[in-house]
Design a protein around this ligand. Structure first.
Ligand SMILES: Nc1ncnc2c1ncn2[C@@H]1O[C@H](COP(=O)(O)OP(=O)(O)OP(=O)(O)O)[C@@H](O)[C@H]1O
Length: 512
């Protein structure tokens, strides 16, 4: 008998009964129940804004329910704050990093439970324990460097190391894999399975279906703050789970369009990123074409998007409809007709203290400019149209953007960029954090942009998405393009081989 079979017969580790959470203008949870047992991996799924993070925060002590009860080991409990949750063995890892940037890796991992000897902190033991847990995660960094010197991905790994080493009884992962590389994601999921075998309960929020199907034993589905139901995994077909989430069949998920490739719109010649991570790169993209860009983390694909979007210094030639684009300056890049969506929305795309409305209109105003004279009624209508068109879930256009759920923030960024009427769109990880239903709507919009004559570049680490959308795919390996695929040559196998080794293996037959 598995730990899971055992678990479901016993008292749940955590039980939420009738949770209600209201925010100004929105009821995020409307009486939701959830149970999770020791040794179980439970996936919490649902569309953007359906209440998943709110429920996770209630269990993690970050938010208090307005109504409802929480039972831990069958006993009613008030989880007043995250430290009370930690005392109960509940540890949450979210997308927002909670590390102390000026402290070292070891200090962060061991924070709050530094080993002592003779009344003093035993630093050598602390460093050794931190090292051991990083080794488990296969993360090879010095435990003595301050966390602020690490990349976002490595910081996320330190966060995970801290949670894993804290002897948690319930681990909550709120889209914890979204900024991890493929390899790091695989390692984390393996560790999740291992923790569950040891009796730890794991509550996992992710919009990536393959992750849920490979790791969770059950899915609890929320829609608009209500519980739709719980189903076993992996035996529940994906289409059924999606229907529970979005309330309808998604049909032709990636969509399609009549591909009419027109004249060359974008010419890239010898483009090099100043950080040296991308070697000279040349290609063209035509009107009506969707060009996919694949590659592992660190392959140079992110530098391509950032260089084209003006987010990092770069040299070489980029032309839009024959006109040179000034590189390294986001404003001039937009003015030259390139709409860019970066992958790190929190850092570089949002105006965090401003409203949904301001965040939607910021780039229109920049592009339309006209001395800053825009009639507010016109702008209000544009904002309202964009909210409807892109399915942004917000109680009002005046709501502060950071109070929207993560996926809805992403839809605002895409919406404002799509509305620019550019010749070229460069979209880096466009559907990160976006739910399945909205992904499908975004794919339809990408087809629409291409059909209307734009040249679209999609940089993505999700292969099914790239394959479903692209007419042609460039694969990066160690800083350069190592392959260009079209038609039947496009497959997960060929892209994967090129991305990992820079070449196609003998058993992948390429049409030459
Ligand atoms: N602090 C807050 N103030 C106001 N509204 C909030 C706040 N936090 C969340 N909300 C709203 O509550 C609803 C549920 O948000 P929540 O973040 O729980 O959704 P989610 O299912 O996790 O979405 P996603 O998949 O996009 O992360 C949304 O409408 C959101 O805008």
């Amino acid at each position: 008998m598995s730990v899971h079979d055992d678990a479901v017969r016993t008292t749940p580790l955590v039980e939420v009964v009738g949770a209600v959470r209201r925010y100004p203008g929105v009821v995020a949870l409307r009486g939701v129940d959830l149970t999770i047992h020791a040794g179980e991996v439970l996936s919490l799924t649902g569309e953007n804004g359906s209440g998943k993070s709110t429920l996770a925060k209630i269990i993690g002590g970050v938010e208090q329910p307005d109504e409802g009860r929480i039972l831990v080991d069958g006993r009613q409990t008030v989880i007043t704050d995250p430290s009370a949750a930690r005392d109960l063995g509940i540890v949450m890892i979210s997308q927002e990093l909670t590390l102390a940037p000026s402290l070292t890796v070891a200090e962060n991992i061991m924070m709050g439970r530094l080993p002592r000897r003779g009344g003093r902190v035993d630093w050598s033991s602390a460093r050794r324990q931190a090292r051991e847990v990083l080794d488990q995660l296969d993360v090879h960094i010095s435990v003595d460097v301050p966390v602020r010197e690490l990349s976002v991905e490595l910081q996320q790994e330190v966060e995970i190391a801290r949670a894993i080493s804290s002897q948690a009884r319930l681990l909550i992962l709120d889209e914890a894999t979204s900024s991890l590389s493929e390899a790091a994601t695989d390692r984390l999921l393996e560790l999740v399975r291992l923790q569950a075998q040891r009796g730890v309960a794991v509550l996992m929020i992710s919009h990536r279906m393959p992750e849920l199907y490979s790791t969770a034993q059950r899915a609890t589905v929320l829609r608009d703050g209500t519980l739709v139901g719980s189903v076993p995994l992996p035996s529940t077909p994906e289409a059924q789970l999606v229907r529970m989430m979005v309330g309808r069949d998604l049909g032709d998920y990636y969509g399609s369009r009549e591909v009419t490739i027109g004249e060359t719109v974008l010419e890239v010649d010898g483009l090099v990123s100043a950080d040296g991570e991308m070697s000279p790169t040349s290609f063209t993209v035509s009107a009506g074409e969707v060009l996919g860009v694949a590659g592992l983390v660190g392959s140079g694909k992110a530098q391509l998007a950032m260089s084209l979007g003006g987010a990092i210094p770069a040299s070489g030639t980029v032309r839009v409809r024959g006109k040179d684009v000034a590189l390294g300056d986001p404003r001039r890049v937009i003015a030259a007709g390139i709409g860019y969506v970066p992958d790190d929305r929190r850092k570089s795309a949002l105006l965090p203290v401003r409203s949904v409305s301001d965040n939607l209109s910021v780039s229109w105003l920049r592009r339309l400019g006209r001395g800053g004279i825009i009639r507010t009624s016109v702008e209000r209508r544009r904002v309202k149209d964009a909210i409807e068109r892109y399915g942004v879930k917000t109680s009002s256009p005046g709501k502060r953007i950071t109070l929207l759920s993560g996926g809805n923030q992403q839809k605002v960024i895409l919406g404002r960029t799509f509305a620019l009427g550019c010749d070229v769109y460069v979209l880096s990880e466009p559907t990160r954090g976006v739910d399945v239903g909205s992904k499908s709507a975004i794919y339809a919009m990408l087809h629409e942009l291409a059909s209307s004559g734009a040249a679209v570049i999609v940089v993505s680490s999700e292969l099914p998405e790239l394959i479903g959308l692209s007419d042609r795919i460039l694969v990066f390996f160690r800083g350069s393009v190592c392959g260009e695929l079209t038609g039947d040559d496009i497959s997960e196998q060929t892209i994967g081989d090129l991305a990992v080794s820079g070449r196609v293996h003998a058993n992948d037959v390429l049409n030459s």
